[in-house]
Design a protein around this ligand. Structure first.
Ligand code: SF4
Ligand code: SF4
Length: 94
């Protein structure tokens, strides 16, 4: 599967068409250092560290745990030092 490469200076983008279920946050898990800065920055507690997963660098990566709570505000993406988060705007009706 192709690695998603988020743009650090353009966190708000439209999702690719054909997504089976809308997910407002995409985590590039292999770039995540599990620092938790995004979790602290999220005003709706929509993120957590995935305790069930360890990436190639040995960290528990961030994961979106509450898609409905996410407002696509991108505060998490702006905080991430590794540009590991991509944020999508919820389409109308999704
Ligand atoms: S986009 Fe905003 S609401 Fe959604 S996970 Fe990031 S900080 Fe939280
Ligand atoms: S701020 Fe970035 S590197 Fe840190 S836990 Fe969140 S996604 Fe991972």
């Amino acid at each position: 599967m192709a690695m998603h490469a988020p743009l650090a200076d353009a966190p708000l983008r439209r999702p690719p068409s054909g997504f089976p279920a809308f997910r407002p946050v995409l985590v590039a898990t292999e770039r995540c250092k599990g620092c938790g800065l995004c979790i602290d920055a999220c005003p709706t507690d929509a993120l957590a560290l995935d305790g069930a997963r360890v990436n190639g660098m040995g960290y528990h990566p961030a994961i979106l745990v509450d898609a409905d709570a996410c407002t696509s505000c991108a505060k998490c993406a702006r905080m991430c030092p590794d540009a590991a988060l991509s944020i999508f705007v919820r389409p109308r009706g999704a």
